[in-house]
Design a protein around this ligand. Sequence first.
Ligand code: AKG
Ligand code: FE2
Length: 294
Amino acid sequence: MGLTADEKRIATELNERGYSVLDFPDAEIDAKIERIKANLGPRYKGIAFDDPKSDKTLGERRLQDAWKFDDDVRAIAANQVIIDLLSKLYGRSAFPFQTLNFPVGTQQDAHTDMVHFSSLPERFMCGVWLAMEDIGADAGPLFYLPGSHRWLALTNSIIGRRGHRSTLDSAQAPYAQGWTALREVYGAIEEPFLARKGQALIWTANLLHGGSRQIDNTLTRWSQVTHYYFDDCIYYTPAFSDEALGRLDLRHLTSIADGLPRPNTYLGEPVETPAKKKRHPFAKRLIRRLRGLN
Ligand SMILES: O=C(O)CCC(=O)C(=O)O
Ligand SMILES: [Fe+2]
C-alpha cells in the first residue's frame, strides 16, 4: 500500500485494537482551538466558563454541526491530511459529514457508532476525536474497549427488535444489554484516553467507546468529534432499519469538505429512494378497498 511508518502504525492499531492516536496534523491547531472555544462558549447556555468554581456540566453540552457557522470547526473536520489518511487506509475516499463539539465530558455509556451510522458494505465509517485541551482522569475522559471492534456488531435482527419507523429516545438504548453481555464474555477492560491538547483518536465503526464519569464538575473537557463516511456506499441508521427486509433508514448526506451531496450508491450505481407520495384520501380509500378484496 506504500504506507509510511506512521501510517503503518495507525493501520495496524486500527486493525488490531480498533483505535489509534495521532497528533492532529495542523500546525495552526492551537489557534483554531482557542478561537473555537471563544466562538462556541457563549452558545452553551448555563455554563459559566469564567468562574473556575462553577459546575460546567450543567446546561447544554453538545453542539452538533457547528461547522455550518464556524470555519475552524469546519477546517478541523475537512483536514486534508486526515481525509487522505483515512482514504488511503480504507481504500475509498473519506468525507466528513457531521461534527459534535463538547465543552465537558459526555458521560455516555459504552456504545458503538455503528448503530447510528452504518454503511453497505458495512464499516465504512469512523470517528476522529480531537482533544481541545489536556484531559485528566477527573475531567470525564473518552474511554474505549480495545479490540471490541472485532466483536459481533449488534443489529436489530440479532437483538430481536423491529427498527424501521420505530421511535427511540436513545438510539443506543436497545443494544445496551447486548453490549454488557459481550463485555462479560470477553472480559475487556475500559481504557481512558488521557489526551494532550491537539491529540486525536480515530475509532472504527464497531469499537465500543463512551465518556467516563466526570469526577470534577468544575473542569471543562473541550473536544470535537468528526464523523466520516466513505464514497460509494449506502449510508443508513441501523437503529431505525430492518436490513433483512430491505427497510433502511437512509441518510442523505453532504460532505463537509466540499459541500457536495454524497448520494447513496451501491457498486457505483445510485440507490433509488422512493419519494414519499402523499396520496389523495380517495385514492387511499380505494387502495384499502382493493387490498381488502384480495
Ligand atoms: O466524547 C465522548 O465522550 C464520546 C463522543 C461519542 O461517543 C461520539 O461522538 O460518537
Ligand atoms: Fe460515539
